[in-house]
Design a protein around this ligand. Structure first.
Ligand SMILES: C[S@@+](CC[C@H](N)C(=O)[O-])C[C@H]1O[C@@H](n2cnc3c(N)ncnc32)[C@H](O)[C@@H]1O
Ligand SMILES: [Zn+2]
Length: 313
């Protein structure tokens, strides 16, 4: 089995399809997709990777090791999220057992920094010391009936949308042990049940196990929107070349070729550029071209046996 090839997985019932696409987002250690769903809602095209099969994952899913996949394919993505397992850091794991669990944050960060894309590393409060300048998000910041504080290290600007508001009791999700149920009853809290998941977390497609691991999608919808702004401004500022230039070496092009050039948005008559050594006269120009589209225009020119250049080189 090729464990690293993407396969589309089951769409989550009742969830709307994605209307616009900001860029490609990699969701490492994806589980059943709490984080992934948030990025999808922010407009990202999401691919999740997990070491275990995740038939409930609502976006494209890849079965495999997160670091192996990141090493091989990380550079193909515009945003990379990682939620390494928290058992090695969590206060809920008994101290004697914590050392048995791998603490993956340093290895993930080292590889993410080498790849150099916008990244997010998420974890629980116990991992705060491992994360660099993390921002804390809480369900109350998003009108959710949960607190579920989670910490996010990012290499782009994210600040919490507002302070926590713990004035209402959270709704509890999933089943608990008898003793913890009794403690909750004593505090006047309602029993835990997966039925609370939509109101508490904004999640309606997960199993009990998935819910235990998940972060509410609202958190990553918020972070994904911050990343989308960074991504969009980078795309405009860094990745646009001022002018594409096409020249016909044997004189003016035939009518059909002229129409084709115009159809691609090029314009003739660069008389206003005469005397500017950067723009050859008698050329066809197209301004403000996104850099990733340059190869397409180059092929277009080559197919028509024309010279291709762009300014500035
Ligand atoms: C804390 S959960 C992630 C929760 C998820 N972000 C969400 O919001 O629903 C961690 C996941 O990491 C997966 N995992 C553990 N080791 C892994 C590895 N080496 N490669 C990929 N996934 C791994 C586990 O199977 C588990 O599903
Ligand atoms: Zn809070």
């Amino acid at each position: 089995m090729n464990t690293l090839s993407p396969t589309p997985s089951m769409p989550a019932a009742g969830l709307c399809s994605i209307q616009r696409m900001v860029g490609r987002c990699l969701d490492l250690y994806c589980c059943e997709g709490g984080a992934g769903m948030g990025y999808a809602l922010a407009g990202w095209k999401v691919t999740g990777v997990d070491i275990k099969p995740q038939p409930r994952y609502p976006q494209t899913f890849v079965l495999g090791d997160a670091l192996e996949y990141l090493e091989a394919h990380g550079s193909e993505y515009d945003l990379i999220h990682a939620s390494p397992p928290c058992q090695g850091y969590s206060h809920l794991t008994p101290g004697s057992h914590r050392d048995k669990h791998a603490r993956m944050i340093p290895a993930v960060r080292a590889l993410l920094q080498r790849i150099g894309k916008p990244y997010v590393i998420e974890n629980v409060a116990g991992a705060r010391h491992e994360l660099r300048n993390p921002v804390m998000l809480c369900g109350s910041m998003f009108g959710l009936r949960t607190r579920r504080h989670r910490y996010f290290e990012t290499n782009f600007q994210v600040t919490a949308p507002r302070p926590c508001d713990h004035s209402t009791l959270p709704l509890l999700v999933t089943t608990a042990s008898k003793s913890s149920r009794e403690k909750r009853y004593a505090l006047g809290m309602k029993p835990k049940t997966v039925k609370n998941a939509p109101l508490a977390y904004g999640i309606g497609w997960m199993s009990c196990d998935g819910l235990k691991e998940a972060i509410p999608p609202a958190y990553t919808q918020y972070i994904g929107t911050c990343a989308a702004c960074t991504h969009a401004s980078m795309a405009q500022v860094v990745e646009t070349v001022p002018t594409c230039i096409i020249r016909t070496p044997g004189g003016p092009p035939a009518k059909g070729v002229r129409e084709s050039l115009k159809g691609h948005g090029f314009h003739w008559n660069p008389d206003d550029m005469r005397g500017d050594r950067n723009y050859p006269v008698n050329a066809w120009l197209l301004h403000r071209v996104p850099a990733p589209e340059l190869p397409t225009y180059q092929k277009f020119a080559t197919d028509l046996k024309m010279e291709f250049d762009y300014f500035p080189r």
